[in-house]
Ligand binder design. Structure first.
Ligand code: P5A
Length: 440
């Protein structure tokens, strides 16, 4: 992508409305734009990061055996009347009427709708287990939308829903998502800690929130500091192994961790003082087991091996991609801007032409841009005629992991500079060596 042909409206000034660093940096880097309170457009740079986050989420959902579908954002009130949540959900639900005066709503979550899909076609235990997910916009009319896309009214969610014949089988489905979440957040460059949490309007008795520790987090959390070193389940984790996944769950729930709603002071005090971590955190995921809370009132049942009908045991599993992007920034930035983990960076490499219009600089940059693009890298080529200082500041602000800098003096020697955004380390090398480093 040539910067001269891209759309990346950088802000020079710090936006006044931004209270936390991620919100400030997302606005300054031209990633998002607020359209009305708690409702955002994702501009091209932000959209690239969001797509990469979603690709990792999708990959790990698929690995764990979940199947993707797509459900609508607008739902009929009838389904919610069946489950009893239409009245219970309160003011957070945006209620709408269509031209026939039929009550509709903008979905805040999809337990009812997916249960309806399930009951319409699954009739036998032989079709279980089943886990269906989608990545879709949601709307919750939050009292206090704030911090940009961290807590917005319209936001994206990956929501998965599992269906099983028995409680035991449902626990295995829960453990699959538990392990998939550990892998997902790790690939996003984050250490997320699963914590016992309040189930709120989703219901049920068992739930875990996945929390990233950050000073600007909205939740108050308490945990054992051993979590920081626990191993993440590997790429070859067998998601069909009941014992294997139970072992992962047991390990990750073996030491104290709870959000303030579930906090047990006495249990926390039993943790040796030096191992206690009391901090703030950002909830990036939340998983629930709620048994037959929806299947019973909505009549979602299957025939079991005993020939009888059984209400299915369900769980639901949420991740907030539009919250994860700012959460990643909270965890990874410096005074100059964002530092993206390579896995979600909007571009892999930025090529900076320090003197656009200079034949040798132009030729060198074109050569590098073409070679790296051909090798499948996402390259941003800063071919604009801005001053070199502005270009450096922009490259640091948008946080692309590698900068290849071509200035007239180095280029005259057949060389360029390669800068690592995270460490700031710079290395001068031949043009060929620079290309080979990233093509290999
Ligand atoms: C689980 C999937 C649910 O809604 N039903 C379907 C269950 N869970 S949840 O905890 O309420 O939300 C799941 C995740 O969505 C993100 N999230 C938000 N992100 C941005 N702005 C919001 N206002 C917002 N509300 C929820 C969080 O990441 C949460 O863990």
């Amino acid at each position: 992508m040539r910067l001269s042909r891209f759309f990346m409206p950088i802000l020079k000034e710090n936006p006044k409305e931004a209270e936390i660093v991620s919100h400030r940096l997302m606005l300054r880097a031209g990633m998002i734009r607020q359209q009305s309170q708690g409702i955002y457009s994702w501009l091209p740079l932000g959209k690239r990061v969001l797509d990469k986050v979603n690709a990792i989420i999708r990959d790990e959902q698929n690995r764990a055996g979940a199947i993707e579908l797509s459900m609508p954002t607008l739902q009929s009130a009838e389904l919610w009347q069946e489950s009893g949540r239409y009245d219970a959900y309160g003011k957070e639900m945006l209620r709408i009427k269509d031209r026939q005066d039929r009550p509709m709503l903008y979905g805040p979550t999809n337990e009812e709708m997916v249960t309806d899909i399930f009951r319409s076609s699954v009739k036998s235990y032989k079709d279980l287990p089943l886990n269906l997910y989608h990545i879709q916009l949601k709307f919750r009319d939050e009292i206090r939308p704030r911090f940009g896309t961290m807590r917005s009214r319209e936001f994206m969610m990956k929501d998965a829903y599992s269906f099983d014949l028995t409680r035991e089988a449902a626990e295995h489905s829960y453990n699959k998502m538990f392990a998939a979440y550990l892998r997902t957040f790790d690939r996003l460059g984050l250490r997320a800690i699963p914590m016992r949490a309040d189930t709120g309007p989703i219901g049920g008795k068992l739930s875990h929130e996945f929390i990233i520790l950050a000073d600007t987090g909205e939740s108050e959390v308490f945990c054992h500091k051993d979590f920081v070193d626990f191993d993440i389940p590997g790429e070859h984790t067998d998601f069909d192994s009941v014992e294997g996944l139970q072992a992962i769950f047991d390990k990750w729930t073996s030491v104290y961790a709870a959000t303030s709603e579930m906090h047990d002071e006495a249990a926390f005090n039993a943790v040796p003082e030096g191992d206690r971590l009391s901090a703030r955190g950002i909830e990036v995921g939340h998983i629930f087991y709620f048994g037959t809370k929806y299947s019973e009132p909505m009549g979602a049942k299957v025939q079991g091996p005993d020939g009888k009908e059984h209400f299915v045991h369900m769980g639901s599993y949420g991740i907030g991609p539009t919250r994860l992007v700012p959460a990643i920034i909270e965890a990874s930035h410096d005074d100059n801007g964002i530092i993206w983990p390579a896995s979600v960076a909007p571009f892999d490499i930025v090529v900076i032409n320090m003197k656009a219009g200079d034949q040798a600089c132009d030729d060198t940059c074109e050569l590098i841009y073409a070679a790296l693009s051909k090798a499948g890298k996402d390259v941003l080529y800063d071919d604009t005629d801005d001053r070199a200082g502005t270009k450096f500041a922009t490259a640091d602000l948008i946080g692309v992991p590698v900068q290849i800098i071509a200035g007239p003096r180095a280029v005259a020697n057949g060389e360029v500079e390669v800068k690592d955004r995270k460490t700031g380390a710079r290395e001068t090398m031949t043009i060929e060596a620079a290309i080979n480093r990233f093509v290999a």
